[in-house]
Write a protein that binds this ligand. Structure first.
Ligand code: GLU
Length: 431
């Protein structure tokens, strides 16, 4: 059987392909030369499956899509405090190349607009070593892509010759000591960052590395730590789409970043990296058809972050009573899925209510056979509940054949009995 997903992606491209509105960026002369009809989409799951349709192999310059990744590298190298000290994380609601700084602090508003991205770029490597910095950027972007990338020298030359706006921004930053090197050198090095060549497939893998907590889904290299990936995706969610960020997050609903060469990425934490490419841009500087492709994917695949998750009561699959060897009854709570705060709260509430109503027998069995993950807060809540029930004289047995509950230690030397099946739990009762 062939997977239906590539066919679905082809359908999405057919649905979006007819729209020829917008215009290629021409403020960088080399970008005006590209074939405006190119169109591709790629999806990568966090375990490394890649699905593509259309033109996913041809190369284009990464442009502003480099910003979240270089922000990640700077966070990893300098730490959150040091980076926040230089560049804030507030949406600007302005165009990508606005000459603006935050009132009061004088910091660029966020790392996704050029002013912030230029400062972040200078935070990598040793001060006064633009070549070393460019090498680090190229190596870092390559690690995110999982293959060695290179620089499009023609695009680089073309942009440095016409980067008047970025020179203005860099001079503004230099006048406030937000950067300390020669503004021309800084713009040249930042422009090399923007001129790194990628394919749509590369971008999907780069986005999937963020979605996968900083670990490349194929090479399995930990490119940045998990907290870095979270920080970057948060800023992409609020600032990645410049002056259309609010519309984007309410309609498409996942962290994204676009670039003026026509690329766009989306990162769904724990699920997917998405990339689309089509060179004609809307007035915000984002790919017209790339945005449309993302809208389709979000609607069809239920990718909006704010879509209501499964009702939490679904955490408790079944409640029943089993007879133990001594003839007394034990109440069994069979749980399933992934235990997080809300689902565990529901379990704790049901247990507390049953206890208050005198409906809880002296033996409780928590059956985790169908639970596949338990996050830190759910673990603490479960173990504290076990501790409280035990203190009240209730015997609690945990059925956990796969050891999904790590280190079942309730504190004070108290540990619940852990067994592999409900039958084993019943066999223990009263015995
Ligand atoms: N190199 C471009 C610039 O700085 C990137 C802008 C973008 O892709 O939005 O003007």
């Amino acid at each position: 059987m062939d997977s239906p997903i590539p066919d679905y992606l082809h359908e999405v491209l057919s649905a979006c392909g007819a729209d020829t509105s917008g215009a290629v960026a021409d403020y960088i002369p080399e970008l005006a030369q590209v074939d405006p009809d190119r169109l591709g989409v790629a999806l990568t799951t966090v375990d490394g499956a890649v699905y593509e349709a259309g033109d996913c192999e041809s190369r284009f310059t990464i442009q502003s899509i480099s910003k979240p990744f270089v922000y990640a590298l700077a966070l990893q190298q300098r730490g959150l405090e040091a980076v926040l000290d230089q560049v804030d994380v507030e949406p600007s609601g302005e165009a990508f190349n606005e000459l603006s700084l935050e009132k009061g602090s004088g910091r660029p508003l966020n790392p996704m607009i050029n002013a912030g991205a230029i400062v972040v770029h200078t935070m990598l490597g040793d001060p006064g070593d633009p070549q070393g910095r460019c090498d680090q950027v190229l190596a870092g972007l390559s690690a995110f892509a999982g293959r060695p990338l290179d620089v499009d020298e023609a695009a680089y030359g073309s942009e440095t010759a016409t980067a008047f706006r970025n020179y203005a921004i860099a001079n503004m930053l230099r006048s406030r000591d937000s950067i300390t090197e020669d503004p021309e050198d800084v713009v040249a090095a930042y422009t090399r960052q923007c001129s790194v060549r990628v394919s749509t497939r590369d971008l999907a893998l780069m986005a999937a590395t963020l979605a996968n907590g900083g670990v490349h889904p194929v090479s399995e290299e930990q490119v940045v730590e998990e907290w870095v990936a979270r920080q970057v995706m948060s800023v992409m969610a609020t600032c990645g789409m410049y002056d259309s960020a609010g519309d984007w997050i309410s309609t498409v609903g996942f962290p994204a970043k676009s670039g003026v060469s026509g690329g766009i990425i989306g990162a769904l934490p724990g699920q997917l990296g998405i990339a689309a490419f089509s060179p004609r841009l809307d007035p915000h500087g984002s790919s017209v058809r790339g945005v449309e492709v993302c809208r389709h994917l979000s609607a069809d695949m239920g990718l909006h972050m704010m879509d209501a998750p499964q009702p939490v009561r679904a955490t408790i699959r079944r409640m029943h009573t089993v007879q133990q060897v001594d003839g007394s009854a034990a109440k069994v709570f069979s749980l399933h899925g992934s235990l997080q705060f809300a689902g565990t709260e529901r379990l704790v509430r049901d247990l507390a209510e049953a206890d208050a109503a005198g409906q809880l027998s002296d033996a409780v069995v928590l059956d985790l056979t169908r639970v596949h993950s338990i996050n830190a807060v759910a673990r603490r809540m479960l173990l504290e509940t076990v501790r409280r029930l035990s203190v009240e004289g209730c015997s609690v047995t945990v059925v956990d054949p796969e050891s999904t509950l790590p280190d079942p230690d309730c504190g004070d030397g108290l540990r619940p009995t852990v067994v592999g099946t409900v039958a084993e739990a019943a066999a223990l009762g009263g015995g």
